[in-house]
Design a binder for this molecule. Structure first.
Ligand code: SAM
Length: 296
């Protein structure tokens, strides 16, 4: 039994990570940069996170963001579950009342890789001041049009820009969220450096992705793309999935300490996603930005 499995047995439904697992299964993707590199590169980002193939894929289906039965159906279905995790971790982190109507009032959040704004909009409804950024111009235009239909969400600031370019502009936020994006970027380590640099010291960073396991291959590629046709074929590359150990280590190197993880598990009977301690397929991690490197 490995260290992660032991941790899973000890904690439910959320995995509290008080220590970084020693095992880090380094992969062909760029997960490794030194702490010094992280600081230097986050100050002056040079490597692009853009993977042109991925950008083309998202551009081709940009019109369908708000079709709840379209290619983004799984994200629509997962939204209430991931928002529950975000709401509770951010309220705890910032000492806010999760029972209030606008629990995130007063917080400046950024949704990195916002797509059509599926996450940005409910965050704005929870009272946060939201910025959404995406590398695909069409996504940002769809997000803008949709958000403008409601005065509350019309306050969202959307930009077509990458995280590293926004770092270069010196922008920072109380909390940085990037859901289902890291598996589509060119360089995950650099991407994490940018997420960290966008987070104020002692702020919160939340990342979700897909674990690189055989179960994830079977469910998120074979089943979702080839059998159920929930997603266009080729949406995911198994080799680009990110293990919890890799994410934890990469964020740690970028000065973000992962404090909690939770899995998302699909219940085929109700058609709903549930928060779980099973992080073997879809999972989300919440971390805090260390203050030890100063305000970068
Ligand atoms: C699977 S979607 C997730 C959308 C949104 N985060 C959500 O969960 O509803 C991935 C998004 O990341 C965007 N993306 C991919 N690479 C990016 C990059 N390097 N910088 C910013 N956005 C990127 C894509 O255009 C797409 O909108």
């Amino acid at each position: 039994m490995n260290r992660l499995q032991k941790l899973l047995l000890l904690s439910a439904p959320r995995l509290s990570l008080s220590a970084i697992p020693p095992s880090c299964f380094l992969h062909r993707r760029a997960f490794s940069t030194s702490a010094t590199d992280a600081v230097n590169k986050s100050r002056n980002s040079t490597l692009s996170s853009l993977n042109e193939n991925e950008i083309a894929k998202f551009s081709a289906i940009a019109d369908t963001w708000w079709h709840s039965d379209g290619p983004f159906k799984p994200l629509h279905q997962m939204n209430p579950t991931r928002l529950a995790f975000i709401r509770s971790t951010l309220c705890r982190h910032f000492s806010k009342d999760p029972g209030s109507v606008r629990p995130l009032e007063g917080l400046r959040l950024i949704d990195v890789g916002c797509g059509g704004g599926l996450l940005s909009e409910p965050l704005a409804r929870m009272g946060a001041t939201v910025t959404g950024i995406d590398a695909v111009d069409k996504n940002v235009k769809i997000a803008r049009l949709h958000a403008d239909m409601d005065p509350v969400t019309s306050t969202i600031e959307y930009h077509c820009i990458t995280a590293e370019k926004l770092v270069d502009k010196g922008r920072t936020f109380d909390a940085v969220l990037s859901l289902e994006v890291i598996e589509h970027v060119a360089n995950p380590a650099e991407f994490c450096n940018s997420l960290s640099a966008l987070t104020v010291p002692n702020g919160a960073t939340i990342v979700s992705t897909v674990n690189r396991t055989m179960r994830a291959y079977a469910s998120n590629i074979v089943l979702a793309e080839y059998i159920l046709h929930w997603l266009p074929k080729g949406t995911h590359q198994w080799s680009s999935f990110v293990t919890p150990e890799e994410l934890t280590m990469t964020l740690k190197r970028a000065s973000v300490d992962v404090k909690e993880m939770a899995g998302f598990v699909y219940d085929p009977i109700t058609g709903r996603w549930l928060l779980s301690d099973d992080i073997s397929v879809n999972f989300i991690a919440y971390g805090t930005k260390r203050n030890d490197l100063g305000d970068i």
